[in-house]
Design a protein around this ligand. Structure first.
Ligand SMILES: CC(=O)N[C@H]1[C@@H](OP(=O)(O)OP(=O)(O)OC[C@H]2O[C@@H](n3ccc(=O)[nH]c3=O)[C@H](O)[C@@H]2O)O[C@H](CO)[C@@H](O)[C@@H]1O[C@H](C)C(=O)N[C@@H](C)C(=O)N[C@H](CCC(=O)O)C(=O)O
Ligand SMILES: Nc1ncnc2c1ncn2[C@@H]1O[C@H](COP(=O)(O)OP(=O)(O)OP(=O)(O)O)[C@@H](O)[C@H]1O
Ligand SMILES: N[C@H](CCC[C@H](N)C(=O)O)C(=O)O
Ligand SMILES: [Mg+2]
Length: 487
């Protein structure tokens, strides 16, 4: 595509050089640049793309988008105010505005995004639809699975996936839209048919500083939709968002259990195998059973059902689809092989998620709950002591360990968790090495106990320093069970 076409209608500060040149690819990482590519300099958190302009030119870049003045006559230089935003608009243009043709549904909120996307995909696929999915665990183009580096990809990667989905004749794409993506402009230029808000509880405050900023980032999604917005009004922040967006032209549908809402649930029953409840929608009432336990499953399934209904399935078809639904990797995943006690792997890595999962487990626990968990390094530090306090309060015993310490000292993270737990109990042990921690929990577990291994869910690696080592809570639990003669 010609550079001048890519720049059409994009606000620039200054252009130096020829814009009548053919651009055959666009990158924000100089290391990926090849001949006749456009390099976009992003001001990062660790470094800045502006330091890699020479590298990009040496590799073949013929044009540079930059926020700073650049002294070079070798290539075309386009100076802009906000390179991340311009990158998203250029990406959209380069891949021929895929979301104008592809129906995309965006899910945002602190917890439940992955769960809802998998539920919708499963129901739609049951009825023969060709579904695309973009999110934390993997990206899916129908049956083709692609590695996901982030929950919401950078704009260039995102638009490329959309374009590929169109080529593969995907009917609908359902995606997680993270607050980082909304704040950093990764989804600028995207159009969504439906936007969903799950909930907002403390997380990522290292990035957003406070809950108001965090909510305002999430809120941006609901200004990008064309068909409807679906909001959880039991959530304090959901209610604020619903209030603000109800004046928009796009219809608002609310859901909840406690508050008055368009879609609501009654007669809720939770056991270790799943949840049973009645869903009430303006178009009818149905009795629902889902094989994923936890009251939060009700909050996830309600918007999933509404989405499928809006996409054209009848309530009866949706119910049949729900019956065939498989579990979601690493979300309340019970390790079936282990029988003496229950071992559950779950991705609860925020205070609210941990509280919910432990409350749910308490409802059907016949004996003790043992929780194994840690907190991620180079992430929000404020959640650590809170999660410690929650585990101490809701578990009979806690084993505090490591969860991707990244570049931080694992013991310092654990100390912060301990500062919370010791306020409420002394029934805990620190075992820094995650495998040894799981082993310890399985050694002390008695018949009918429940071990919750929280925080990593589907993850198959543990990042310690810069090393990304293989680690899968589910495989580790099975390996230990074999060694201990439990299976
Ligand atoms: C906080 C955050 O979002 N950081 C993003 C940010 O990284 P950064 O600012 O540290 O980048 P940097 O390393 O300083 O590099 C700056 C620029 O120089 C470029 N560079 C660098 C080296 C080189 O040789 N050549 C070169 O061109 C880099 O490609 C980059 O464009 O910009 C990068 C490029 O755009 C992103 O990849 C990176 O995401 C990192 C990997 C990340 O961990 N993000 C997480 C926090 C995140 O986004 N999480 C949300 C989900 C959260 C949730 O759902 O709970 C997500 O959507 O995944
Ligand atoms: N609706 C919900 N409300 C509260 N907690 C939930 C909800 N749904 C799931 N959880 C808890 O949060 C964990 C993460 O769920 P899920 O992966 O669906 O969230 P997510 O929003 O995709 O998270 P991430 O931001 O990390 O991508 C689950 O393992 C469960 O413990
Ligand atoms: N999307 C979240 C995932 C956290 C998962 C947890 N295992 C960790 O590494 O902190 C994040 O990047 O903050
Ligand atoms: Mg997710």
């Amino acid at each position: 595509m010609l550079l001048k076409e890519l720049l059409n209608n994009i606000e620039v500060i200054k252009v130096k050089g020829n814009i009548d040149i053919e651009i055959n690819d666009v990158h924000f990482d100089s290391r990926l640049i090849k001949k006749d590519n456009l390099f976009i300099c992003i001001d990062g958190f660790k470094t800045t793309g502006h330091l890699y302009v020479r590298d990009a030119i040496n590799r073949g870049a013929t044009a540079i988008v930059t926020e700073k003045e650049i002294e070079t006559d070798d290539v075309t230089v386009i100076q802009v105010e906000n390179a991340r935003k311009v990158m998203a608009l250029i990406a959209n243009r380069f891949y021929e505005e895929p979301t104008k043709q592809l129906p995309v549904i965006g899910i945002t909120g602190t917890n439940g995004k992955t769960s809802i996307t998998y539920m919708v995909k499963s129901i739609l696929e049951f009825h023969g639809k060709n579904v695309g999915l973009i999110g934390t665990i993997s990206n899916w183009i129908g049956d083709i699975e692609r590695e996901a580096v982030r929950t919401t990809p950078e704009a260039l990667d995102l638009q490329k996936i959309f374009a590929e989905m169109l080529k593969e004749e995907i009917d609908t794409c359902i995606m997680e839209v993270s607050s980082h993506a909304l704040e950093l402009g990764r989804v600028e230029g995207c159009t969504y048919i439906i936007g969903v808000f799950t909930n907002l509880t403390p997380d990522h405050l290292d990035f957003h500083s406070n809950m108001d900023n965090y909510r305002n980032a999430k809120k941006k999604l609901f200004y990008k939709t064309t068909l409807c917005n679906i909001i959880n009004v039991d959530d304090f922040h959901g209610k604020i968002i619903a209030d603000e967006i109800k004046k928009l032209r796009v219809p608002l549908l609310t859901f909840g259990i406690k508050e008055k809402a368009n879609i609501y649930a009654t007669n809720i029953n939770v056991d270790i195998k799943g949840v049973h409840f009645d869903i009430h929608m303006p178009v009818g009432t149905r009795s629902i059973y889902v094989k994923i336990p936890g009251i939060f499953t009700v909050y996830n399934i309600m918007p999933a059902i509404v989405i499928c209904y809006i996409l054209g399935l009848s309530l009866d078809e949706i119910c049949v689809g729900l019956n065939g639904m498989k579990g979601i990797p690493g979300r309340f995943e019970i390790i079936e092989e282990i029988k003496d006690f229950a071992v559950i792997v779950d991705y609860a890595h925020t205070p609210d998620a941990l509280e919910n999962i432990l409350q749910s487990a308490k409802e059907f626990a016949k004996n003790h709950i043992i929780t194994v968990f840690g907190c991620g390094g180079d992430r929000d530090t404020t959640k650590r002591s809170v999660m410690g306090e929650i585990s101490g309060r809701l578990s009979d015993y806690s084993v505090i360990t490591s969860d991707n310490p990244r570049t931080e000292d694992p013991l310092k993270i654990i100390e912060m968790i301990e500062s919370g737990i010791k306020k409420v109990t002394d029934k805990y042990k620190v075992v820094e090495d995650r495998k040894s921690a799981i082993e310890y929990a399985m050694k002390i577990a008695k018949n009918n106990d429940i071990i919750i291994i929280a925080g990593k869910g589907h993850e198959v690696t543990q990042t310690i320093g810069k090393d990304v080592l293989p680690f899968d809570d589910r495989k580790v639990a099975i390996e230990i069970a074999r060694k201990e003669g439990l299976i």
